[in-house]
Design a protein around this ligand. Structure first.
Ligand code: 13P
Length: 257
């Protein structure tokens, strides 16, 4: 059965010292969590230090991006084997902020996903529509293009090792969350796309996170939906207690399935 995966995407927040402190607070807060896979994604700068904090604990380490080449003249970038060396478990790929501000395309998402999988790490593949796309009736076509693009050429075994994060762009950092029903419908649609590509059993094994203003107040409702298997959390992951406030209902949801 698929796992509930709850990851904190710290984005461009926290100095190294602050990251080490927050990571230690998260480790302490979630030490009794058994069912939920918990991950934190600090900045590149803080990753190696945070790796030392989470080593041997039940908190997994995630990176916020990666380059698809092994090394070379790619100023400002970090490769997958550099991430693997320090113990990264998951890599967030195709976040809407990457797509909007830094030229990420479905093609670069696909290259990054393949590279990360080839080194045994788990990609968290971000997809989601803008408000204009949703209002223009393009929700399904946008998700279809993004899913087909990200998974192009991936085998079923590769696909099983991926996580999807459905993050409606209009809900990110806005305080506006998709309703439980809106989110569930989009998740079910995405699972249907995965089933078309790989069959039902693979689609049923892939965790699909929700992201976009998820917080303790709305986590239980979202995580109670049949196709919502965790969360990718921005603002509410920047404090251990609010992050735990999302993980705890996840633990209950996992136990009731
Ligand atoms: P917020 O939780 O701050 O809306 O951010 C969501 C997100 O983009 C996680 O990747």
């Amino acid at each position: 059965m698929r796992k509930i995966v709850i990851a904190g995407n710290w984005k461009m927040n926290k100095t190294v010292a602050e990251s080490v402190k927050l990571a230690a607070d998260v480790v302490a807060a979630v030490k009794d969590i058994r069912q939920v896979v918990v991950a934190i994604a600090p900045t590149y700068l803080a990753l190696a230090k945070v790796a030392e904090v989470v080593k041997g604990t039940n908190v997994k380490l995630a990176a916020q991006d990666v380059h698809w080449e092994n090394q070379g003249a790619f100023t400002g970038k970090v490769s997958a084997d550099m991430l693997q060396e320090i113990g990264v478990d998951f890599v967030i790929i195709g976040h809407s902020e990457q797509r909007t501000y830094f030229g990420e395309t479905d093609e670069t998402v696909n290259k990054k996903v393949r590279k990360v999988l080839s080194l045994g790490m788990g990609p968290i593949i971000c997809i989601g529509e803008t408000l204009a796309e949703r209002q223009g009736g393009q929700l399904e076509s946008v998700l279809t293009t993004q899913v087909n693009g990200a998974y192009a050429g991936l085998s079923a075994d590769d696909a099983r090792r991926t996580v999807v994060a459905y993050e409606p762009v209009w809900a990110i950092g806005t305080g506006v969350t998709a309703s439980d029903d809106e989110a569930q419908q989009a998740h079910a649609f995405v699972r249907g796309l995965l089933a078309k590509l790989y069959g039902d059993s693979v689609a049923q094994s892939i965790s699909i996170q929700y992201g976009g203003s998820m917080k303790p107040e709305n986590a239980a409702g979202l995580l109670g939906q049949p196709d919502i298997d965790g969360g990718l959390i921005g603002g509410a992951a920047l404090k251990a207690d609010s992050f735990l406030g999302i993980i705890t209902p996840g633990e209950s949801a996992a136990q009731s399935t």
